[in-house]
Design a protein around this ligand. Structure first.
Ligand code: ZN
Length: 411
């Protein structure tokens, strides 16, 4: 997939503005003749930008318009240092809502739906994105925000919510509670719109079966508008990405070279019409692949696979590179193993020790599950971790993103 002539013209207009406003990226490309950028190959020579660049611009260095045009800021979490602040113009806010409404529509949601929104509101882009898209669509927003499961379940019954928006782990928690309390006949949920956390097929099936709903994966990140830049359609063949707002590339995370369509790599995004904080070739650290060919739904928007992990989630044990998505796959294929797991890696007596804690289905034989998992690891990645089986419900669930890998070697 190459950048189109139309997309390239939009990028060039943004590059000129970034140079004029003395933006860090404008400084980075000083001396480059922007009008001479004519082909996809020329575009691919442009430098990347990274989360580190964005942190260095803190607080408002990303602003690429006069301040009076900025109507709002959002910030990404600062768990790993200085946060990033993204300024938005009125048009950016509106474009984001347009994209998000398109996500809902693609999921078959209409203005007759009642959308219960559980992601958090505030600096974070989550809740407010779900809300703005819902209002743009004309549906009824039920702006719950996170937590308070009692109240969530009450509102879900009283207001007869038809759509639930949540992280995958919170959707799982809610579905477990609905099952446990026998509420399935009292709720009217039809669809779930799940934030772009990487999650396994097994967990998806759990939620789908427990609630009897269709699930849609929504993609996005604070640096690039927020959630809502892509979603899967009912054919469930990957997430369509709105390429009239963004240009999408997949590159080899080590070399930065583009990989062929279909191959896994790092998602790199370029905004095409963003005013407040345009980003050129932003490295997301998210791993996915382009799904080649056409979607049966007929939409021409390109598709990416569900997020397979983060380039920085890749872990190396005894010389073997692994992604959490591989661990997930082994667990999914193992009968008696539940969807929830935790990987702990430690360095003991000069040796790496990897322990996979996995929850068991009710009534499953722990020893049998452990043995089957050991064989799968050995056959597929040629290393055998320690397997610890625990009862269903004993590993931590989170309303935000659940941490799946704890690397104690880094302490
Ligand atoms: Zn489709």
């Amino acid at each position: 997939m190459k950048i189109s002539a139309e997309q390239l013209e939009l990028v060039k207009a943004q590059l000129k503005r970034l140079v004029q406003t003395g933006h860090f990226y404008g400084k980075r490309i000083e001396g480059i003749d922007i009008d001479a950028i004519q082909t996809a190959e020329d575009f691919e020579k442009l430098p990347f930008c990274s989360k580190e660049d964005l942190r260095e611009a803190y607080p408002l260095g990303l602003m690429a318009v006069p301040e009076e045009e900025i109507v709002r800021i959002h910030s990404s979490s600062g768990t790993t240092g200085t946060p990033v602040i993204i300024p938005y113009t009125a048009k950016d806010v509106d474009d984001w809502a347009t994209m998000f409404a398109r996500c809902y529509e693609t999921a078959g949601i209409t203005n007759k739906d009642r959308i219960q929104i559980t992601p958090g509101y505030g600096l974070w882009t989550a809740g407010i994105g779900f809300q703005a898209g819902c209002e743009k669509l004309g549906a009824m927003a039920i702006p719950m925000g996170p937590g308070n499961t009692e109240k969530q379940l009450q509102m879900m019954q009283d207001l007869q919510s038809t759509v639930i928006c949540a992280t995958s782990s919170y959707a799982l928690l809610l579905s477990e509670q609905i099952e446990k309390r026998n509420l399935k006949d009292k709720i009217r949920l039809k669809k779930g719109v799940i934030g772009s956390e990487r999650w396994g097929e097994k967990m998806r099936n759990r939620i789908q079966n427990a609630l009897g709903i269709e699930l849609y994966d929504i993609y996005g990140l604070t640096e690039i508008y927020g959630p809502g830049i892509g979603v899967n359609c009912s054919h469930n063949t990957g997430m369509h990405i709105w390429d009239d707002f963004l240009y999408l590339e997949i590159v080899n995370p080590q070399t930065g070279e583009p990989v062929p369509d279909g191959e896994v790599g790092e998602i790199v995004l370029t905004t095409l019409v963003k005013e407040g904080a345009p980003l050129i070739r932003f490295r997301t650290h998210d791993l996915s692949r382009i799904i080649p060919g056409e979607c049966p739904c007929g939409r021409s928007y390109p598709r990416i696979d569900i997020i397979m992990g983060r380039t920085d989630d890749m872990f190396k044990v005894k010389g073997v590179n692994m992604f959490p998505s591989q661990v997930e796959e082994f667990i999914r294929d193992t009968k008696g193993a539940y969807s929830e797991y935790l990987v702990t890696i430690d360095h003991v007596n000069g040796k790496d020790v990897m322990t996979v804690s996995v929850e068991l289905e009710d009534g499953a034989d722990g020893e049998q599950v452990a043995e089957e998992l050991r064989v799968r690891f050995k056959n597929k990645v040629n290393m055998t971790p320690e397997i610890e089986t625990v009862p269903k419900g004993s590993l931590p669930r989170s309303e935000k993103k659940t941490k799946r890998v704890i690397d104690k070697r880094l302490d």
